[in-house]
Design a protein. Structure first.
Length: 159
């Protein structure tokens, strides 16, 4: 839950959620980070994922995805870190100077990315060969337990 403010005083208490805006030529989807209040792993499924029971709450940190139809027949995903995280990642890289891994996790752009896989699965299930250009602006740190990837993967369904 997030506390909305008007000036210095609280206006209302509202549930943070995914925001979707359709602009005709493109759709913009803001996906929230999530914090698990309770998580129980029930077992591993045949597809390699885990069956879970969880209680989670969305928080007011969002990734932004933009979707545009494309005549190419391909799904193209462009990913980048938000300005603050990109600057921190560059500073850490320069301080480490060891050529190590991405400080905030990798941002794959193709079939390795869960957003790309979700869009491809949606396209195949819909029986279409339409293409899409997707831009992902990451503000939720990867592999931080904030559910950014799963939130982002839901975006092609609503976008």
């Amino acid at each position: 839950m997030a506390l909305r403010r008007q000036g210095n005083r609280p206006e209302s208490l509202a549930v943070t959620r995914m925001y979707v805006r359709n602009f005709g030529t493109h759709a913009l989807v803001q996906t929230p980070a999530k914090v698990n209040l309770s998580l129980e792993v029930l077992g591993k499924r045949a597809d390699g994922f885990h069956e879970i029971e969880t209680l989670m709450i969305a928080v007011s940190v969002y990734d932004t995805l933009t979707f545009r139809a494309s005549d190419s027949g391909q799904i193209v995903l462009h990913s980048r870190w938000g300005a603050g995280l990109a600057a921190q990642a560059n500073a850490r890289r320069q301080a480490d100077c060891d050529g190590g891994e991405e400080p905030f996790g990798d941002l794959p752009a193709g079939p390795e990315n869960i957003v790309w896989r979700a869009a491809d699965l949606l396209r195949r299930r819909a029986g279409t060969s339409a293409g899409a250009e997707i831009h992902l602006l990451k503000r939720i740190p990867a592999a931080a337990g904030l559910g950014g990837a799963s939130s982002d993967a839901a975006a092609p369904v609503v976008g």
